[in-house]
Design a protein around this ligand. Sequence first.
Ligand SMILES: *Cc1c(COP(=O)(O)O)cnc(C)c1O
Length: 384
Amino acid sequence: MSARKHSFRTRAIHVGNAIDPATGAVVPPIHLASTFKQPGAGEWGEFDYSRSGNPTRSNLQSTLASLDDAAGALAFSSGMAAIHCVTMMLSSGDHVVAGCDLYGGAYRLLHKICSRSGIEVTLVDMTDLAAVDAAIGPKTRLVWGETIGNPRMTIIDLPALAKIVHAKNALLGVDNTFGTPALVRPIEHGVDIVMHSATKYLGGHSDCLGGTLASATKAIHDELYYIQNATGAVLDPLSCHLVARGIKTLDLRVREQSGTALQLATWLESHPKVKSVLYPGLESHPQHQLAKQTLQGGFGGMVTFELDGSIEETARVCESTRLFHLAVSLGAVESLIEQPATMSHASYDAADRARFGITDGLIRLSVGLESFDDLRDDLTAAIG
Ligand SMILES: *Cc1c(COP(=O)(O)O)cnc(C)c1O
């Protein structure tokens, strides 16, 4: 199939979902086999052992590579396993520059685990390109950011950043979990490695864990595959199927969620008890213009706002919604609410939370597919 000619939505449904030649099934079978019979001793077929390769995982990986315009893609047991695989490209003495409003788990991996192998980390504000440039030293091998930062919704200037990073011979990796390939495909902007927590928008239904990496070149893909196969954090076939099923409606879901999120952000901005709203789709967002250039057709389903209240008052609001469930995670059909200071970003050191603006009054929403009116009424009742 000449996949490249088809639009994103069409590829999300057709690439990696070929008709099963044995039965004509329009959904490919789920291959649970852990091992595969070989043509002869020392002769290998396409698949041999499921850690190294599995037909269901291969199908998903071909969909992922197509959607991200990548040379290749890999599916991992979680988003953290995917980021960990990237960090395993590094050796003792190497240096990483990462964004300062980073997913809490990525912060912990870099500071508490990679540090054990002698890898050094510097956090910088990725919106300040001069600061990123200055932070890259002779030992910097990797620059890691988030297309939409977490929880402050900062936007990265991907082409400008890629230029700076490549001039210093480092690799640029981005976590595009909040952006999703429906809104932005970072490889088109010069990024080397794109990561998604498939647990979030790709799966989209809060019913499986997964992570993905897409690479700009075959050389990077091959190195990541080598590490994944050697260390083993592959996605199981049932979860591959769930992620593949979720991806078929990704574009529709993300666009709808973006529309509702923009309505909610606009409404929150005029609420008397709300101090500020961080949403890339609002004119008031410091990088609204960049967001318009970077994100296509929507600004994502994540909204952060700051209440004029204490840590306890903020917690109480998060605890009193009825439709928004109080939970970490994001990107699914049901809306979620959480307090970054005590939940998603609790793994930050307190000093870093203060330094990077993760204040006690922040509330983060993951906007689902419920109606705007119902979600607004729910927040009205909770905020008071
Ligand atoms: C959830 C998340 C991760 C980690 O993914 P898991 O699937 O939970 O391991 C990484 N980055 C972002 C932005 C996330 O939201």
